[in-house]
Design a protein around this ligand. Structure first.
Ligand SMILES: [Zn+2]
Ligand SMILES: [Zn+2]
Length: 340
């Protein structure tokens, strides 16, 4: 079980994040944003395997590569593609889907589920390739439950709306479900021998009091065995933040710190150097020192910087890492950039 990830795109160019959650039984792929050229470092098979495409917002540098993604996936037959984004995503994606001539589509497979994240509700619409993406099949809005967006088989996807000037930018957090393991030392201590009965212990449907299993010549309650044998390990988590400005020590900052608390890997925008504080504020972006502070206060495992401004030289980009690392030493630039 693991979350594998890779920052796409070069330093100073459009960036995106490719993520695979490997549960040991299944692999599910996510793509966070899709700017120009970001798919170049993925194989076609990897692009085809993406089941969730999550946009932070629709400034051009985050969506300019979508046509390439769509071209590979528009008539995918195995599973629908779910597209996530802020309010307005359903209409905007409808325009993207319909921005081509469709006359050979009637027997084509392909289903796109578009979900837009409002302040209090989640909106959903389905688009079908065989209908040339017209109409949008709107479904009733669902109230939002805290930050939860979607629960997969072995993970949960969370989202928060962050301010990016006058618009919202969605910050995403993907967390693996906690893992339940059998404690080998406790097995030995109790003289229990492994067998099919162990499956009942990890089976969530087995009732703690009612379900009995035969083990070591005795009939024992599942609840009792769970307390003796199960150890819960938290899963890995990863957050993707880009294009936002939150002032330190503000209520929004505190909420963000709490939400990110203990996240294994934080992939965060770092558009400006600390000295360009005024420019960063004007353009509703973060500076390197603030990003480092955010990672430190949230106590994340690692901080990976992306979305660095092209106004800087490669030496500036190295300096930005240092500016963040002054607050949070485990700050890295993507290894593919060759700057470290
Ligand atoms: Zn951007
Ligand atoms: Zn933006």
């Amino acid at each position: 079980m693991a979350i594998e990830w890779k920052v796409l795109g070069r330093a100073g160019a459009d960036n995106a994040l490719h993520v695979v959650v490997d549960s040991g039984v299944a692999r599910e792929s996510f793509l966070f944003d899709c700017g120009e050229g970001v798919l170049e470092s993925l194989r076609a098979g990897e692009v085809k395997a993406v089941s969730h495409l999550a946009f932070s917002h629709f400034h051009m540098d985050h969506v300019a590569g979508f046509d390439g993604f769509f071209r590979i996936n528009y008539n995918r037959s195995d599973a629908p593609v779910t597209v996530w984004g802020p309010a307005g995503t359903v209409e905007l994606m409808g325009h993207r889907f319909r921005g081509f001539v469709w006359n050979l589509h009637a027997d084509q497979e392909g289903e796109w589920i578009v979900r837009e994240i409002g302040k209090t509700a989640l909106g959903t619409a389905r688009y079908l390739t065989r209908e040339a993406f017209t109409p949008a099949h709107r479904q009733p809005d669902q109230p939002r439950e805290g930050t939860l967006l979607h629960r997969g088989a072995s993970w949960r996807l969370e989202g928060r709306l962050l301010p990016h000037g006058l618009i919202d930018s969605v910050a995403y957090r993907l967390a693996e479900s906690p893992r339940l393991n059998i404690d080998a030392a406790a097995m030995k201590r109790n003289d229990y021998l492994p067998g099919p009965w162990l499956r009942r212990i990890v089976d969530a449907t087995a009732d703690e009091e009612e379900t009995l299993v035969e083990v070591a010549g005795r009939s024992l309650r599942v609840g009792e065995l769970r307390r003796e044998l199960l150890v819960t390990t938290p899963g890995m988590s990863l957050a993707y933040l880009t294009d936002f400005r939150v002032e330190p020590d503000s209520p929004a900052w505190e909420e963000l710190v709490t939400w990110l608390s203990g996240t294994t890997v934080l992939v965060c925008e770092c558009q400006y150097r600390a000295a360009d504080y005024t420019l960063a504020r004007q353009n509703a972006h973060m500076t390197a020192d603030l990003v480092g502070r955010l990672a430190a206060e949230a106590g994340v495992g690692r901080l990976i910087l992306h979305h660095l401004s092209r106004r800087y030289s490669s030496e500036d980009w190295r300096q930005m890492r240092s500016e963040a690392a002054a607050f949070f030493p485990r700050t890295e630039l993507p290894v593919e950039w060759g700057l470290s």
